[in-house]
Ligand binder design. Sequence first.
Ligand code: ADP
Ligand code: ADP
Length: 238
Amino acid sequence: MITISDLTKVYRARGRDVTALDGVSLHVEPGEVHGVIGRSGAGKSTLIRCVNQLERPTSGTVTVEGRDLTALAGKGNRAGRPLRRARGGIGMIFQHFNLLSSRTAQGNVELPLEIQGLGRRERARKALELLDLVGLADRARAHPAQLSGGQKQRVGIARALAGDPKVLLSDEATSALDPETTGSVLRLLRDLNRQLGLTVLLITHEMDVVKTVCDSASLMEDGRLTESGRVDDLLATP
Ligand code: ADP
Ligand code: ADP
């Protein structure tokens, strides 16, 4: 479902090169929840941003559902410019939710549907269906400021699902939440993974997240994946 081959990313910052990704290869099977765990600065965000085409890799390829996203990005497009069309099929959720405070929960979920060009009624129907799926049907008219952290992330998840993605990317989605809320958001991700067959690639600095929700995981250090495998095998003490 997701194949990352020999991915390298070098940032040029103030005359100095920073190698954020140094030959990363990873395969995530359809329907699998894969976690990339590592310390701050290891390169996790850069990796996920390359998969979502928010960042252009220096070399290497990212293939999602058989489509080489890096090849698309290279053809007649300015470097680093995200390609909306190519990103279809991928949803993303964020540590700080990235909701628009001026819009209701429903309005936030409708945003990607508006960009898709769906009509008003169809948008409303779909947004309410998605809010129901994440357990927030009764909060559709609430604004983000009126919602708890866990509820805000549920809205974020509903919005990420608006384009019917096969792949969901999660960038530290529970890092801003307390442990109990973290558990409930992770259970929701697990339920969606099972119900919709969603493939999930998540990054985290917390081992508990990997233990709770991931089938397989990789350890990232200094831009490299130093270990990869089934969570049960990785956690088994020798
Ligand atoms: P993580 O998500 O694991 O904390 P990042 O991918 O954010 O790691 O960062 C990996 C490395 O790349 C770090 O050394 C970081 O300082 C550097 N880096 C990240 N983004 C940029 C950027 N836009 N410009 C320069 N260096 C960057
Ligand atoms: P918070 O702790 O931030 O309030 P919760 O995770 O407790 O967020 O839940 C937010 C809303 O979603 C609540 O209305 C709750 O009843 C509902 N909810 C919690 N878990 C589920 C679930 N697995 N399926 C559907 N709805 C849920």
